[in-house]
Design a protein around this ligand. Structure first.
Ligand SMILES: Nc1nc2c(c(=O)[nH]1)N[C@H]1C(S)=C(S)[C@@H](COP(=O)(O)OP(=O)(O)OC[C@H]3O[C@@H](n4cnc5c(N)ncnc54)[C@H](O)[C@@H]3O)O[C@H]1N2
Ligand code: MOO
Length: 404
């Protein structure tokens, strides 16, 4: 089945998630559940931008270096951020004010202390100031009623700051989707178990679980490992409740111990896609079992990463009512494989994991090396028939969460 057609079939079986109130302290990385408008203006009254003197601009109209205007400083405590303003400042006078202080009545500008001379209770202003100079106007930073966070936005530190500035202590967020991850394979062990005989540690689920949590904002239910036994797989799968997506790895092939195909028939899994025209991952399949989406990915430490990310990106659009995918995409130039030959273009999409890095101001995508630390932070998908030639540019999907 065509890969992108397969992705769209999955979308129609996902549903928007319910919402819950989340404390701001717990909100980073959560997805905003409804469009939020500012409940007040920031600042709520005009404030001083500088440490200096609040003046009436009209008093300074004739000021010049040769004929500075003298203004008498009203005799009171300086106006500091958070203090009450003075009574009206009369013409010909000024008030000492600090950054963030409320502009007192009678004043419409602030001059910086370093721009005037202060002597014997007066300041000398050497050039005219205009109304509004040195003042942060009411609502200049945030206007009451303006949209500050849209539904579907991944809450960033910036969003948090703006929400807090408008006094929001909580916000509605989509509940975290629950993703169950089960690894299938006689040979698999969890790190921490004793390595014994022809076994291997299973790293694949950790890649997927990390993506589920960090990129897709999910709660991961680690279902551990089951052996290549249809009965065991069936028992585990049937024992899982209250999840939004079940992901299994392994057993999708045609080998003697690959049971997914037969088991799906026995369990009457309603198939949404299988036999994809993308490599690796062509043996992936997706279906509905017990009203839950089940994504069966091939085994291997990284065999399912691209399919998982692509499928989750589509489902997350529905879960979180978003138009855009959650993973950032950037234009990259692909460095050729070490032998410089690229690969044989064919009838399938080809996905490549690799590493995006900046070189001479351009983003380069280095195809995954077999044995190099930090060699994967992104992937590219090359359409059927295309080849990676020198200078080939494409979009890379970054395996990290993107703020909006
Ligand atoms: N004769 C053919 N053989 C294979 C074909 C084919 O077309 N003809 N396709 C190959 C492709 S492509 C894939 S993909 C795999 C299908 O794999 P399975 O889904 O059946 O995966 P397993 O056989 O269970 O495991 C494959 C490999 O990965 C290791 N593994 C499994 N789970 C994990 C894990 N969680 N973490 C790390 N490593 C894992 C497992 O030990 C195997 O080495 O079939 C090919 N064969
Ligand atoms: O199904 Mo396999 O993952 O094409 O490599």
């Amino acid at each position: 089945m065509d890969f992108y057609k397969a992705l769209s079939t999955v979308k129609s079986f996902a549903e928007e998630l319910e919402k819950e109130w989340v404390s701001l302290d717990r909100a980073p990385g959560r997805v905003c559940g409804s469009t939020i408008r500012a409940s007040l203006s920031v600042p709520s009254s005009p404030l001083s931008r500088w440490d200096g003197f609040a003046v009436g601009s009209i008093d300074t109209a004739t000021a010049s270096v040769s004929r500075p205007v003298a203004l008498e400083i009203v005799q009171s405590e300086p106006i500091t951020a958070g203090s009450y303003t003075e009574p009206e400042v009369a013409p010909g006078r000024c008030a000492k004010i600090m950054t963030g202080g409320l502009i007192p009545p009678g004043c419409d500008a602030v001059v910086r202390y370093e721009d005037v001379t202060e002597r014997e209770g007066r300041i000398f202003v050497r050039s005219p100031v205009s109304a509004g100079d040195g003042i942060i106007k009411t609502g200049q930073l945030i206007r009451k009623g303006q949209i500050i966070t849209r539904k579907g936005t991944v809450i960033s530190p910036y969003n948090l700051c703006i929400l807090a500035e408008t006094g929001a202590a909580t916000l509605p967020a989509f509940r975290k989707p629950r993703i169950g991850i089960l690894a299938i394979g006689d040979e698999l062990l969890l790190p921490g178990e004793r390595l014994d005989g022809p076994k291997r540690y299973a790293g694949g689920q950790y890649f997927l679980a990390g993506l589920a949590e960090k990129v897709f904002g999910a709660f991961v239910l680690n279902l551990g490992i089951v052996r290549d036994s249809p009965e065991e797989i069936e028992k585990t799968v049937k024992s899982v409740k209250c999840i939004d997506l079940l992901v299994t790895t392994g057993g999708t092939g045609k080998g003697t111990k690959d049971h997914i195909d037969a088991l799906w028939k026995t369990l009457n899994v309603k198939e949404l896609f299988s036999g994809l025209n993308i490599k690796p991952g062509k043996s992936s399949r997706c279906g509905i079992f017990n009203d839950t989406l089940w994504l069966a990915l091939p085994g291997g430490a990284m065999g399912g990463v691209v399919i998982f990310t692509e499928v989750l990106n589509e489902i997350a659009k529905i879960w979180y009512d978003r138009r855009e995918v959650l993973t950032p995409r950037i234009r990259v130039e692909v460095s050729l494989t070490p032998d410089g030959n690229g690969f044989e273009p064919g009838s399938n999409y080809l996905s490549f994991l690799g590493f995006v890095e900046r070189k001479d101001g351009e983003f380069m995508f280095r195809l995954q090396d077999d044995n190099i630390y930090r060699s994967v932070n992104a992937y590219i998908i090359v359409p059927p028939g295309e080849n990676i030639v020198p200078g080939y540019t494409t979009e890379a999907t970054l395996l990290m969460s993107g703020w909006d």
